[in-house]
Structures are given as C-alpha cells and as structure tokens.
Write a protein of this length. Structure first.
Length: 217
C-alpha cells in the first residue's frame, strides 16, 4: 500500500520529533501565510474606500508585525492560524456589512492564490529534479489556512458573517467576540491534540488534502 503524501497536511509540528528542515519550512510558510492574509485585508479595505495613507499596519510586508500570539499558537496546535486583526472602518464602505465580509475573506483568498503560485513552483522543481519540500509546505500551510477560515468563529474570515452587522461603536463587543472566539478555537484543537478525537478536523482535513491533490499533481 502506498503512503498518501497529502495525509501529512494539515502539518502539525511534532514537538517530540522535530525535523530541522520541516520545522524551518513550516515556520517560514506560516509567517508568509500570516503576512499575505493581513496585507490582503488591508489592500481590500483600501480598495473599498477605507483609505489610510499613514496607516502603520498596512503595506509594510513585515510578517512579525502582523503576528497574533493566539493565532500563531494555533499554527502549532492545528497547522493554521490568523494575523492580528486588521483595523478597518466599515463606515467608509458604501456597503458596510458586505464589504466588511469581503475584506475579511480576501485574506483567505490571498492564501489560496499564494498556494496556487507555490504549486506552480513545485511543479517546476519536480521537473528540474530538485527538492520541492519548501514549496510543498507553502502550499499545504496556505491551503490549510484558507480552508480553516471557513469555520464561522471570529477571528476567522467566516466569523465576520456574525460580526459584520455590528456598528463601529460596538468596539467592545467586537473585541470580546475576537478574543472569546480565539480561545474557543484554541480549546477545540487543544482538545483534539490531547484526546486524539477529531472535532472539526475530520470535516475540513479531507478538503485540505483534496485541494492539495488538485494543485500538486
């Protein structure tokens, strides 16, 4: 029986058996995924009218400035995560609720597009008989991040469906949902790691693996 190479994704670092090459590839891929997700949200918000020429959280392309402690921790627990919340002002949007949702989902879409680009480089490396491990990891981490953003819990993209109708004055409520949602997500995947019983991963992992199988022939 042949081993399914896609079964290793979502990739979750094994703290008891760390590989330098795999761990380095994973960390780099996670940083890139965080950066592209956040910057895409900033770009989409700007496109929709939330213009901020002097905003310090947009268009610097420094992943460390986009890192969320809880979102980064989730990468270690579940192979996906999220950046710090991109500050947007829905009042500047022509259609606040709709454009807020599209802005949040643009991050996940950017992860998926980056996975497509990395998959193209993977094919080139295979053709040249070079080791494509880094690009395999880049595909896997970004596909996982994109698909797991379908979980309808803030701060993930689908969670914006619950919070987009809140007014800009509901800042305290948005923050409460952001942090409570973050801890709920971490609790779910920590429970999966401790008990070995799948809660959300059995629903989403087959989609991750099928998408990778489609992108990487």
């Amino acid at each position: 029986m042949t081993t399914n190479p896609f079964a290793a994704f979502p990739y979750i670092p094994d703290l008891n058996n760390l590989s330098v090459d795999m761990t380095t590839s994973f960390v780099v891929s996670a940083l890139v995924a965080i950066m592209i997700n956040a910057e895409a949200q900033g770009w989409m918000a700007t496109l929709f009218g939330d213009l901020r020429p002097d905003a310090k959280d947009r268009f610097h392309f420094i992943p460390f400035l986009h890192m969320s402690f809880l979102g980064s921790l989730c990468y270690l627990l579940a192979g996906f995560g999220w950046p710090k919340p991109m500050d947007i002002n829905p009042a500047k949007f022509a259609y606040p609720a709709l454009f807020t949702v599209l802005t949040r989902f643009s991050g996940a879409m950017a992860n998926f597009l980056l996975a497509n680009i990395a998959a193209s480089v993977f094919v080139l490396f295979k053709f040249l008989d070079m080791d494509p491990m880094v690009f395999t990891m880049l595909v896997g981490v970004n596909v996982t991040t994109a698909i797991y953003n379908l979980i309808p819990i803030p701060p993930l993209a689908a969670g914006s469906l619950l919070t987009s109708s809140l007014t800009p004055q509901s800042l305290l409520m948005k923050r409460a949902l952001y942090y409570s949602g973050s801890f709920v997500i971490l609790a779910i995947f920590l429970a999966e790691r401790i008990t070995g019983v799948g809660i959300l991963s059995p629903l989403l992992n087959p989609l991750v693996q099928a998408t990778m199988r489609f992108l990487i022939k």
